[in-house]
Design a protein around this ligand. Structure first.
Ligand SMILES: N[C@@H](CCC(=O)N[C@@H](CS)C(=O)NCC(=O)O)C(=O)O
Length: 218
C-alpha cells in the first residue's frame, strides 16, 4: 500500500493505523504547506486534490473515514472497528463529527485563503473567527460525549488516532488543548503508543529528544 500524506495532516490518522496494524506500506509526501497537492500530477492521483490518498494494488481510496474503516477491515481480528452495532455507531459518530464539522472549521481558522479561494472581498479575519467558534463548539460536544476512562468507544479503535490528530491541531486553532480533559487524556494515550511514535518519526514530527514537534507548514 502507498499512502500519500502531508506531515501532521489528517493523513496522519491513516498512517498511525497502518503502523498499528503492521500493514506493509510506503509513503509519498505531498506537502500541502508547499501546495504540492495543487499540481496536475497529484490531481491525477486524487481529483479532489486533498490528502490522504491510499493506493492499494493500483486502485485509490480517498477520504480519511473511508480509509480508516478500510484498513481496520483488512485486519478484523485486531478489533479497531468492531461489528457490535452500538460500538460501530459510536466510532462513526465521532469520526463524522471530526471529518464534517471539526476539520472544516479548522481549515477556516488556519487557511481562510483556501476557503475563500479566488473570491475577492471576503475578509479572512471573519472566516477565521467563525472557524474558531465552530471548532471550539464541536470540540465541546465531542468532549461531553467521551467516556471518563478508556478510549473514545471503550477499547482502542480507529476513532482514537483520528481524534489525536485533530486534538493536536487545537493549539494552532488558538485553544489550550488541556481545556478538553477527556480528549487530552485519550490523545496523550494515543501519542504514547509505539505505532503513533513510529508514524510521527516517519513524518519528521519529533525532535532528537523524541518530543512531538509541529508540522513546519500546513
Ligand atoms: N474530507 C477529507 C478532507 C481532506 C483534507 O482536507 N485534507 C487536507 C489536509 S488535512 C488537505 O489536503 N488540505 C489541502 C487544502 O485544503 O487545499 C478527508 O477527511 O480526507
Amino acid at each position: 500500500m502507498l499512502l500519500y500524506y502531508s506531515p501532521g495532516a489528517c493523513s496522519l490518522a491513516a498512517h498511525i493505523v497502518l503502523e498499528e496494524l503492521e500493514l506493509p506500506h510506503e509513503l509519498e509526501r505531498v506537502h500541502t504547506g508547499y501546495d504540492e497537492h495543487e499540481t496536475a500530477a497529484y490531481r491525477a492521483v486524487n481529483p479532489v486534490g486533498l490528502v490522504p490518498t491510499l493506493e492499494v494494488e493500483g486502485r485509490r481510496l480517498t477520504e480519511t473515514t473511508a480509509i480508516l474503516r478500510y484498513l481496520a477491515r483488512r485486519a478484523p481480528e485486531r478489533g479497531l472497528y468492531p461489528n457490535a452495532p452500538e460500538t460501530a455507531a459510536r466510532i462513526d459518530e465521532l469520526m463524522s463529527r471530526l471529518s464534517t464539522l471539526a476539520h472544516p472549521a479548522y481549515r477556516m481558522v488556519i487557511r481562510p485563503d483556501r476557503v475563500v479561494k479566488a473570491v475577492e472581498g471576503v475578509p479572512h479575519d471573519g472566516i477565521r473567527a467563525i472557524g474558531q467558534r465552530d471548532f471550539g463548539a464541536i470540540f465541546d460536544h465531542i468532549e461531553a460525549s467521551l467516556p471518563s476512562e478508556g478510549f473514545a468507544a471503550g477499547d482502542y479503535s480507529i476513532a482514537d488516532p483520528y481524534l489525536f490528530v485533530l486534538w493536536s491541531w487545537s493549539r494552532y486553532a488558538g485553544f489550550d488543548s488541556d481545556r478538553w480533559a477527556k480528549m487530552s487524556r485519550i490523545a496523550r494515550d494515543v501519542g504514547r503508543r509505539p505505532a503513533t511514535r513510529a508514524a510521527l518519526r516517519a513524518e519528521a514530527l519529533v525532535d532528537e529528544s523524541g518530543r512531538p514537534t509541529p508540522p513546519e507548514r500546513v
